[in-house]
Design a protein around this ligand. Structure first.
Ligand SMILES: Nc1nc2c(ncn2[C@@H]2O[C@H](COP(=O)(O)OP(=O)(O)OP(=O)(O)O)[C@@H](O)[C@H]2O)c(=O)[nH]1
Ligand SMILES: [Mg+2]
Length: 403
């Protein structure tokens, strides 16, 4: 595969808004994430534009004046892509393409694009393609009504509409075909999962780039692709892991993100079956990320969407090696100490204390606290295991006795 740094990065501009329920700080954090997404997709962010407004402009997302600034900047700097930090409606997309003479992407688009780039197996490719078609379909419809309005009148259907009608039919047929293809693979996979018998199944879940695959590699001595980009993993990998003689299955799967396009959640339903059918979830969190609490919320929201919110869960706070509280000057009379200044020990006394011994603090990279991790997982898996194999419990020592 070609390394990203060897090819020319596409020049991009980001556009976000500061609204009532999204203050400047949040807006900056979201744009930081959008920039990381852009980089992952192969782009380089040259400039960010933000605008304060009550709600995004329904016609052009940002105001006309601001859009003119963007247009001039795009022209003057040879920008190839403008990326909006939200999903644009078909109408917004159309209006904006009338103004800017370059590629226009929204957040959903960008995520779909990354998924498309990253899909390795034909299964993942099929699921991504389905999501792309689902995203495209209403937009074709938008184009169609747009033309209809332009030409106007009954019986005035020009060749343009016919073409788009045909396009829509092609996309619909394609969707049907992809769904049928997925169904066949699903059946095969369901059989495979069925063959795994009563083994306890543990699934790693979490926001993208938190270190799930790294942890999987450490714990199962496997070789799952991990890298510092978003959505390194799209397919699910299942490995047999043995702790203190006790065998169980561990799966590593696609990471989640804020506003994960619904089309993707929908079409990745089958990949997420591994999570849905797991006995125990390990919710991995990157504690070194400033937004980690919001990440937890996003993950819980998606778990809820796939009916997996109430499963037994252990919270695994990873990357403790990289965690650095912002320095706080005790002498400073103006500044107030905030969460950003907490040490990990202080964090443990917050809501995290309610999670009790269901919270673990590790560094998968430096293999710190991996003994705690193994023991905690062993204890939990053993409890589930002995309910399934009641005559075997003597085979597995108490957690205190495993090495
Ligand atoms: N500092 C630090 N970095 C880590 C740790 N664990 C993982 N990383 C790094 O974080 C990045 C992402 O790791 P992955 O294991 O690919 O993360 P993931 O959760 O599988 O990500 P996706 O598959 O993209 O959802 C890599 O660059 C890892 O080296 C850790 O404990 N400390
Ligand atoms: Mg991964």
């Amino acid at each position: 595969m070609i390394e990203k740094k060897d090819i020319d990065l596409e020049k991009a501009v980001l556009i976000g808004v500061v609204t009532q329920n999204q203050d400047e700080e949040k807006s900056k954090e979201y744009l930081d994430e959008l920039e990381f997404l852009t980089f992952t997709a192969g782009g380089e962010v040259i400039k960010r534009f933000t605008q304060k407004m009550a709600i995004p402009n329904p016609k052009t997302f940002i105001g006309t004046g601001k859009m003119e600034d963007v247009r001039q900047f795009v022209e003057a700097n040879g920008i190839g892509t403008v990326i909006f930090d939200d999903e644009l409606s078909p109408a917004q997309e159309r209006n904006i393409s009338g103004i800017l003479n370059c590629k226009i992407l929204d957040r959903t688009n960008l995520i779909l694009d990354i998924f498309a780039q990253r899909a390795q197996t034909s299964y993942a490719r099929t699921q991504v393609e389905l999501a792309q078609c689902e995203y495209l379909l209403p937009r074709l419809k938008g184009m169609w009504t747009h033309l209809e309005r332009q030409k106007g009148g009954i019986g005035m259907r020009g060749p343009g509409e016919t073409e788009i009608e045909t396009d829509r039919r092609i996309v619909r047929d394609k969707i049907a075909l992809l769904k049928a293809k997925i169904k066949v693979i699903d059946k095969q996979q369901a059989v495979q999962r069925g063959n795994r018998g009563k083994m306890v199944r543990v699934a790693l879940v979490g926001y993208t780039n938190v270190g799930k695959s790294t942890l999987m590699n450490v714990i199962s001595k496997s070789d799952v692709f991990a890298e510092n980009k978003l959505f390194a993993t799209l397919d699910t990998t299942v490995r047999k892991v043995v702790i203190g003689n006790l065998p169980f299955l561990m799966s590593d799967t696609v990471g989640f993100i804020r506003k994960l396009p619904t089309q993707l959640v929908e079409s990745f339903k089958s990949t997420l079956d591994e999570v849905r059918e797991a006995d125990l979830l390990l919710h991995v969190v990157d504690i070194s990320h400033t937004n980690f609490e919001e990440h937890i919320d996003s993950v819980n929201q998606i778990l809820d969407e796939i009916d997996s919110k109430d499963k037994p869960t252990i919270m695994v706070f990873n990357k403790i090696d990289a965690y650095e509280p912002e320095p706080f000057d005790e002498e400073d009379l103006v500044e107030v100490r905030t969460e950003a200044n907490f040490t990990i020990d202080e964090w443990k006394k917050t809501w995290m204390s309610r999670v009790g011994d269901n919270a673990l603090f590790i560094s998968a990279l430096n293999k710190e606290n991996m003994d705690d991790f193994r023991k905690r997982v062993y204890k939990e898996v053993r409890e589930i295991h002995v309910t399934r194999f009641p005559y075997n419990h003597f085979l597995y020592p108490d957690v205190e006795d495993i090495e």
